[in-house]
Design a protein around this ligand. Structure first.
Ligand code: ATP
Length: 514
């Protein structure tokens, strides 16, 4: 684990050093849990968004996009439940003065027991080899059984406390489980309090009577309140979806792990409206479709898993997370939720407007049910960055840091380099750039040795380097160097466009999705 933490630290500093992610307001010592994307980061982020947007709106003829405002009528957040229930239970340690989410402290304690169970199983698997019967072992080994019972009891107690909003019980669990503050190592805990995660601000001048508005904590509500507009103007028939990408804001109590948990972040959400009773079919469909989208990137199928929710949010009747293996463990990147007709019904109630769909096949009107897919752009960015980062020792003892980014997501697609800065090679290289730049983000680089220039491109994940040498002037061929294999092939300048396009175009990724 310590080693993994080291790697994570290196990734964070790499992200800064190569213009991917900067701390916000850095020259003023930063603003906690807010980040800026640099010259390479913004390109990678835009490519991730484009991949999602196109996968939703191009590949599904019944999905359209919108872009709703961040400010919305405050009653929307009353209707959605966010004013009353978008809270996290927080607890302070009196000695370290550090603040924690009570639920996260308990979840971590449960995860520790899970780890113990898995360790016992792994140890036994090693000891018994081929003949190991894992299921039987899990059911009968006294140590494992004891851990499992303890875990389940704790989990039940935790779920009950969360569902009943019982803050005293949450505190009691922390005391009973002897959970200590990771900083001070003590159990000197305050009471547990609820903390609303929405940012508030004022709209209009105070003299007129200003209105309190919220920075949206999710983009989803912007979709729900536009359901009728889109359905009517787009003449949409159920089932259909509305997609949106945009900023969301949450005053997270404990913001940590770099861009994993931010106070200002971006979401890509799609609400899919279906006939009541069909929701489980579509829930399953979207669960599978979304995992396929992730896997098509080729970051490694084993890095993903589903995590089905046991404690469901007030609006959901089924929910699952797609988790990705980050250097700090498997973590939620995307949520898929069956939200019933909760949101639309609430908006009917609070707005007094009828929000229904007339189903011509059934000849009746109803409030549609909704399946939501909700993914954080920044978390997706982090998962791509972490799984692409590699420090490689090369033959001859040299080393390089390379980002094996999926080519379609790479910020720069190719770099063109004259071998030397004379003999007309820069002019020829510029000529190639001027041809490629219309279709691909193309760098020109003539500074330093060619080896150094390759390293710079490896470090930002550029899939191709094109080197112009003296032979180029004679026969119009260049060397094309591929990032991962470092293989160099001699190719004709006229073929460059196709060769690069075949590898880096978003289309090739989308085609994998069908
Ligand atoms: P968590 O349990 O980690 O707080 P959540 O379950 O509250 O997340 P959702 O409300 O389901 O998250 O939001 C959908 C997605 O938005 C998440 O899967 C995640 O990718 C992203 N997201 C949520 N909160 C943050 C945040 N503070 N910073 C970055 N991304 C976030």
């Amino acid at each position: 684990m310590a080693q993994q933490e080291d790697v994570f630290k290196k990734i964070v500093s790499h992200a800064k050093e190569y213009g991917f992610v900067f701390q916000s307001s850095e020259i003023y010592d930063g603003l906690a849990a807010v980040y800026d994307y640099g010259q390479n980061g913004v390109e990678l982020k835009n490519n991730i968004k484009r991949y999602w947007w196109d996968a939703m709106t191009l590949l599904h003829e019944n999905i359209v996009g919108i872009d709703s405002a961040i400010f919305m009528h405050p009653t929307i957040w009353k209707a959605s439940g966010h004013v009353d229930a978008f809270n996290d239970p927080l607890i302070d340690n009196r000695d370290s003065k550090k603040r924690y989410r009570a639920d996260v402290l308990i979840e971590d304690a449960i995860a520790k027991i899970d780890e113990k169970i898995e360790k016992e199983v792994a140890k036994a698997a090693k000891r018994f080899g081929e003949s190991f019967n894992e299921e039987l072992f899990r059911q009968t080994n006294p140590r494992v059984v004891e851990h499992v019972n303890k875990r389940n009891a704790l989990h039940q107690r935790f779920s009950d406390a969360m569902n009943n909003n019982d803050l005293e019980e949450l505190r009691q669990i922390i005391i009973d489980e002897e959970i200590v503050c990771p900083i001070s190592g003590t159990r000197n805990w305050t009471d547990v309090r609820q903390f609303n995660l929405m940012f508030k601000t004022e709209m209009g001048s105070t003299a007129d009577g200003a209105m309190t508005v919220y920075l949206r904590p999710e983009t989803a509500q912007g979709i729900f309140v536009n359901y009728l507009n889109v359905q009517k103007t787009g003449r949409m028939r159920l089932p259909f979806g509305i997609a949106q990408i945009g900023k969301a804001f949450r005053n997270e109590i404990v913001a940590r792990q770099f861009i994993f948990r931010m106070r200002e972040f971006e979401q890509m959400e799609m609400q899919f409206f279906v006939r009541p009773g069909d929701e489980m079919k579509w829930f399953k469909f979207w669960k599978e479709t979304r995992l396929r989208w992730h896997k098509a990137l080729g970051l490694g199928d084993e890095k993903y898993r589903y995590h089905d929710h046991e404690k469901l949010a007030h609006y959901a009747n089924a929910a699952t997370d797609i988790e990705f293996e980050m250097p700090f463990g498997f973590k939620e990147v995307e949520g898929i939720h069956s939200r019933t007709n909760f949101d639309l019904s609430q908006h009917e109630k609070f707005s007094g407007k009828k929000i229904q769909y007339f189903d011509p096949e059934l000849n009746e009107s109803y409030v549609p049910y909704v399946i939501e897919t909700s993914i954080g752009v920044d978390r997706m960015f982090l998962s791509v960055l972490c799984s692409s980062y590699e420090e490689q020792v090369l033959e001859g003892g040299e080393s390089r840091v390379v980002l094996h980014l999926p080519a379609a997501l790479a910020p720069v697609k190719c770099a063109v380099m004259p071998l030397v800065k004379k003999d007309g090679l820069p002019d020829k290289a510029r000529e190639i750039v001027n041809d490629l730049k219309f279709d691909f983000s193309t760098h020109y680089d003539e500074k330093d040795s060619i080896g150094k220039r390759y390293r710079r491109q490896d470090a930002i994940g550029t899939p191709f380097c094109i080197t112009v040498d003296h032979q180029t002037l004679e026969d119009n061929t260049v060397t094309l160097r591929e990032r991962d294999s470092m293989e160099q092939t001699r190719v004709n300048v006229a073929d460059l466009h196709k060769l690069i396009h075949d590898r880096v175009a978003l289309t090739s990724l989308l085609r994998r999705l069908g």
